[in-house]
Design a protein around this ligand. Structure first.
Ligand SMILES: Nc1ncnc2c1ncn2[C@@H]1O[C@H](COP(=O)(O)OP(=O)(O)OP(=O)(O)O)[C@@H](O)[C@H]1O
Ligand SMILES: [Mg+2]
Length: 140
């Protein structure tokens, strides 16, 4: 592969039928590029959770993925409500998901903790009323 490959995605808000499309596409591309299954699995889980969060909590947004032989960098950006207390949001089991979302099986409060667990670096920048950007890196 070339030194760097960049993939970008628009994530529609509130469309659960399409949620997960971006992470599926990245998973497929990483397979084609021959990355090892564990790396692909970590990227796919972390990105899926971030993508779902954008749909559930932030009315969608955009994702940029930079792929190099050494690392996969994901940047998930939205113009949602922002996260008031990032430390609290990172705790296992913390969720503000409404009942209609919980009935679909989301809202266990495990997305952000798993994103942290499956990546080598993770940074959340958020401003109330402005939006949230989550940056994650998986080393190969
Ligand atoms: N992009 C975002 N914009 C605004 N709030 C967010 C965003 N991502 C997460 N949050 C807040 O952080 C909380 C915890 O997120 P997390 O992904 O861990 O759990 P969840 O999405 O509620 O449930 P689960 O991911 O287990 O289905 C959310 O309930 C929400 O309050
Ligand atoms: Mg979540």
């Amino acid at each position: 592969m070339d030194e760097i490959m960049t993939l970008t995605f628009e994530v529609p808000g509130d469309d659960f039928t399409r949620a997960g499309e971006a992470s599926s596409a990245v998973k497929k591309r990483l397979k084609q590029l021959g990355f090892d299954p564990d790396t692909i699995r970590r990227v796919a889980i972390a990105m899926y959770e971030g993508e779902i969060n954008m749909v559930i909590h932030a009315n969608g947004g955009d994702i940029q993925v930079d792929i190099t032989p050494k690392a996969i960098d994901m940047r998930l950006r939205d113009n949602g409500p922002g996260i008031e207390n990032i430390e609290l949001a990172m705790q296992e089991g913390y969720s503000t998901a409404p009942d209609n979302v919980r009935s679909l099986g989301f809202g266990a409060g495990m997305g952000l903790p798993n994103m942290k667990k499956y990546t080598d670096e993770m940074k959340i920048e958020s401003e109330l009323g402005v939006g949230t950007t989550v940056s994650m890196r998986v080393l190969t």
